[in-house]
Design a protein around this ligand. Structure first.
Ligand code: ATP
Length: 644
């Protein structure tokens, strides 16, 4: 059975005449050069046989045939054809044999005269050699008749001519022998090797193009498609067969290459909207010796470009894997914050999971970084992720990574998740209370088994990671409401650490403010303004409720430093300037109601401020959050509303 991977070239020889027998005797002798198969077929029948056998999966590299049959196949078959020529040895042998019959010899050959016969005449002592080339069978028949009429008794020629000569009662000698056929088979084998090498190169190139995450189409100078890879077929929504030969702009006007063919100038990275999809397209003209002979279109899917962009950004964000803060950076002198610092230092000496709770902006991440920096893991990565900031599927692949082919567009070779990135270090899971239930289950498994399973993989990777989780939500309440798995809660709640809100430790405000203001003024190049600036707002700092905690305090002090950055504001405008940059602080604190506590008064004041700022921002909570330096969710929570 013939097979595509057969190492020997496969040659099929076609002949309906006596030449077939010679082929049959040559085939076994050429076995180490080529696998030769001989068919008793010619012309249309040969083509039909070719179609049938190749349709059934048989493989052939090159055809061999003689005379007009060879010429016919060369014109009609879609394979290389070697047309047998008479070798000098065979021609001489035929003449010697013919000479034995008669000194007058007719040579009737297809199209060509046999070279060198005139010289042979002297050596072989001929009386006459008549060479009559023919093109059509009718012409061959006429030549044979003519020679017979002229008294020739022997004719040398290809198979069909020999048949005609014998029919006319003359002696016939076959022009081709084993030498001619061996030469033809050798030529066929040489061609087969070249053709195979070429095909292999083309296939390799095709495989490369087919596997690229780019949709590619090439057109000729008339903008007709000459090749499209599978990605492009999908983009155009048609098969290769449908696309080939048609003008690209007729398939998708927005992806046309006519402009590039005309101008000869490449166009890079144009953004094209195709229905619901967006692609980034590049168009490049192809030149052959300076003449434009076609063009190539390459389209990247928008999501791929975005993914690459994201990956490049994250690669340039090493900060993400490093702790910047130590526990010394946790400012404050209150007993509450001292407790926090002391507890954090103790926790840092262990490897157990820590659950940090506290309102937004109280320093939960700062404490997590501090614990990492004070632990034996300090030299290894600190990886932080905000579980509320990603949609569920993205969060899953961020945390656990994925294997190649896990989803469309997953990158080759897969990608490790943050748990793997944090190996030997600490992972900080911020806003753990917002982790979707499905991921709570996966996280629980990681905590229990200390190994992660990438998406689409069955092969877990062991990880040595310390977990610090944080939340501003009440996880017990979430548990009761069925939003948080209790088994996960108990796995996280091993070393609890609560950071009280800034308003619950009033002494801290001025201590922290003083230090943060010093840093902000230094950044603005006015360190000398510290005492004056602080004195100016000190009563307000102490009286204010700080719904956004230290983050809000930072924000306020940054604005204050900005006010002083161009020199202290003149006295007469001081009040109005301050009111302008620190409106929330200068809101007149309402007098404590007779029956209320100081805390209630502060909370009331806080609500007044929140409502006013939200109103000033036309109800735009994001804008209000930015101005106050607190999270949107904090505003919603305090105002008792849910995000719409
Ligand atoms: N005690 C503190 N001393 C100095 N800086 C602090 C302190 N507490 C918080 N900060 C600063 O306040 C900002 C907010 O802190 P952090 O991001 O740690 O809060 P968080 O509780 O994690 O907030 P969220 O819950 O909104 O993520 C940071 O810039 C942090 O450095």
């Amino acid at each position: 059975m013939t097979h595509a991977s057969a190492t020997r070239p496969v040659v099929w020889a076609f002949s309906t005449s006596r030449l077939r027998k010679v082929f049959e005797s040559v085939a076994p002798r050429m076995a180490d050069v080529a696998e030769v198969r001989v068919f008793d077929k010619g012309f249309e029948e040969a083509l039909k046989t070719l179609r049938e056998l190749r349709g059934a999966g048989e493989v052939v590299d090159v055809l061999v045939a003689a005379g007009s049959n060879g010429a016919y196949l060369r014109d009609h078959a879609d394979l290389p054809v070697v047309v047998v020529g008479a070798s000098t040895v065979d021609a001489l042998a035929a003449l010697v044999q013919a000479r034995r019959a008669s000194p007058r010899i007719g040579v009737v050959n297809f199209v060509r005269v046999v070279p060198g016969l005139e010289q042979a005449r002297d050596i072989l002592d001929f009386e006459e050699i008549a060479q009559l080339p023919y093109v059509s069978p009718e012409e061959a028949r006429a030549h044979v008749g003519d020679l017979a009429a002229r008294g020739f008794e022997v004719i040398v020629g290809p198979g069909p001519v020999c048949d005609l000569a014998e029919q006319a009662g003359l002696e016939a000698v076959l022009l081709y022998g084993t030498d001619s056929l061996s030469i033809a088979v050798q030529q066929a084998a040489d061609i087969a090797k070249i053709v195979r090498a070429e095909a292999a190169r083309r296939q390799h190139l095709q495989r490369v193009v087919d596997r690229m995450e780019v949709a590619i189409a090439a057109v000729d100078a008339n903008e007709r498609v000459v090749s499209v890879n599978p990605m492009m077929q999908r983009l155009l929504g048609i098969s290769e067969a449908e696309a080939l030969g048609r003008p690209l702009s007729s398939l998708q006007p927005q992806l046309g290459l006519d402009r590039v063919l005309e101008s000869g100038a490449a166009e890079h990275d144009s953004v094209e909207r195709l229905g619901s999809r967006t692609v980034v397209a590049s168009r490049i003209p192809l030149r052959e010796r300076g003449v434009i002979e076609g063009a190539v279109l390459a389209c990247h899917d928008e999501t791929l470009v975005e993914r690459l962009d994201q990956r490049l950004r994250s690669r340039h964000r090493p900060r993400r894997f490093e702790a910047r803060y130590s526990l010394d950076g946790l400012l404050g002198d209150s007993p509450a914050i001292r407790d926090v610092r002391e507890l954090a230092e103790r926790y840092a000496r262990t490897d157990a999971t820590v659950l940090v709770t506290g309102e937004s902006g109280t320093g939960k991440e700062l404490v997590a970084q501090g614990i990492h920096a004070a632990s034996r893991r300090a030299k290894h990565p600190f990886v932080a992720i905000n579980c509320a900031a990603f949609p569920e599927t993205l969060l899953e692949s961020e945390l656990f990574g994925y294997e190649e082919g896990a989803f469309t567009g997953s990158r080759r070779g897969g990608r490790p998740g943050l748990f793997e990135a944090a190996h030997l270090g600490t992972i900080f899971l911020d806003e753990i209370g917002d982790l979707p239930v499905m991921l709570q289950t996966r996280l629980l498994r990681v905590l229990q088994e200390r190994q992660v399973l990438r998406l689409g993989s069955n092969d877990p990777t062991p990880v040595d990671v310390r977990v610090v989780a944080a939340t501003h939500r009440d996880l017990r309440q979430a548990m009761a409401a069925g939003q948080f798995r209790s088994d996960l809660y108990f796995r996280l709640h091993i070393l609890p650490l609560h950071i009280p809100a800034l308003r619950e430790r009033p002494g801290d405000t001025v201590v922290i403010a003083s230090e943060l203001l010093k840093r902000a003024l230094a950044r603005h190049g006015v360190p000398g303004a510290h005492a004056r600036a602080l004195a100016l707002v000190r009563p307000q700092l102490e009286g204010y409720a700080w719904p956004g905690n230290v983050r809000e305090l930072e924000n306020v002090l940054e604005r204050l430093a900005l006010l002083f950055s161009t020199g202290a504001p003149p006295k007469e405008r001081l009040e109005s300037s301050l009111r302008l940059v620190l409106p929330e602080l200068l809101e007149t604190p309402p007098a404590a109601p007779p029956h209320g506590t100081a805390r209630e008064a502060r909370e009331k004041q806080e609500m007044t401020v929140l409502r006013r700022v939200v109103a000033e921002c036309g109800g735009n909570v994001s804008e209000a959050a930015r101005r106050l330096g607190i999270g949107r969710s904090t505003i919603y929570r305090k105002l008792g509303e849910r995000p719409g």
